[in-house]
Ligand binder design. Sequence first.
Ligand code: NAD
Ligand code: DAU
Length: 337
Amino acid sequence: MRLLVTGGAGFIGSEFVRMTLRDHLEDSVIVLDKLTYAGNERNLDPVRVDPRFRFVKGDIADQSVVDPLASECDVIVNFAAESHVDRSLEAPGQFIMTDVYGTYVLLEAARSAGHERFLQVSTDEVYGDVADGRSREGDPLRPRSPYSASKAGGELLVQAYRASHGLPAIVTRGSNTYGWYQYPEKIIPLFITNALEDRPLPIYGDGSAVRDYIFVEDHCRGIDLALREGVPGEEYNIGAGQEISGTTVAETVLRLLDKPAALQQFVSDRPGHDRRYALDSSKLRALGWEPRVDFGKGMETTVAWYVEHREWWSPLKSGEFWEFYRRNYKPVGSGAP
Ligand code: NAD
Ligand code: DAU
């Protein structure tokens, strides 16, 4: 299989590329990535010398870049996205450009090239806040942030291309993913790197909102299986079924790093904060997938990686990172952190 992997220099996309080239020796991969603040070519260092791998810097919303690459491939796996909810609250325009319009450009390219598969990497956030039970693939989409609305918009275009043009497309809806190579703005790498620098861990609201955390390798094995064994036209949830609160994430990080509880800092809540996501992944499990890494083991592995790879994350926490940080975080009842 010749894969065009968009967003392959990001956190999950780079794991998928490393895994594909390791596990599927007959495959080749072209990565198309714009290298936004979240993209990092160093994430692809382990595969750089592989003759089956090629990197192209470019925008998925640029048809003149996408079309020739699509014609060299059999499938597109679309990871490219603006991915941070808090940034989408401040500046949603780029989310719509990449996550909606960019998806459209890729779908058109796949249609013109007559691709045998299109895989859209989506998110459990499209279901919105889930008070009870677990989301199943047939549930209505009720996105509540500009990020999740953009991801839902991308999905709806995928559905339209299936229905209108018979494009053999699959959607995966992964849950909150953590592990190595994650840009330190999402809760787990932010809390680990802040703790390593003896900075406060900013917990939104009362810290009781829960997420269904999954280790990055488990998420990517799910995407790989859906790509190869999934039924075109179907959606597949990918979640490990581990519901963990914000305060539990903070406590786990501090315990693993032997840092004081006093580093926990409760800050103003995220506007429109979804209280809970939870996935029923039995449809993917029926294809033979199951998560292998529980939260305890995954966190040990992840914390150890950040301890050992300070040279990877330390340069990322500078300049624009801190400008956004200062705008985003408001300690309850006080000034800037
Ligand atoms: P990330 O922010 O780490 O990486 C996104 C990558 O996309 C970056 O390399 C960036 O440079 C690239 N990119 C952004 N805009 C682009 C554009 N216009 N053209 C080309 N490349 C562009 O994100 P991630 O956490 O690895 O998420 C990857 C995908 O998985 C996203 O589609 C996201 O919605 C989805 N997802 C993420 C999670 C999670 O918890 N992180 C969970 C479920 C689904
Ligand atoms: O669920 C899948 C989604 O998970 C993906 O689609 C998104 O791309 C990814 O960013 C992630 O979204 P979340 O908003 O759930 O992740 P985040 O790490 O931003 O927040 C996780 C939880 O932690 C949430 O309840 C908010 C809270 N939080 C987050 C940050 C960044 C804090 O308490 N403090 C923080 O500083």
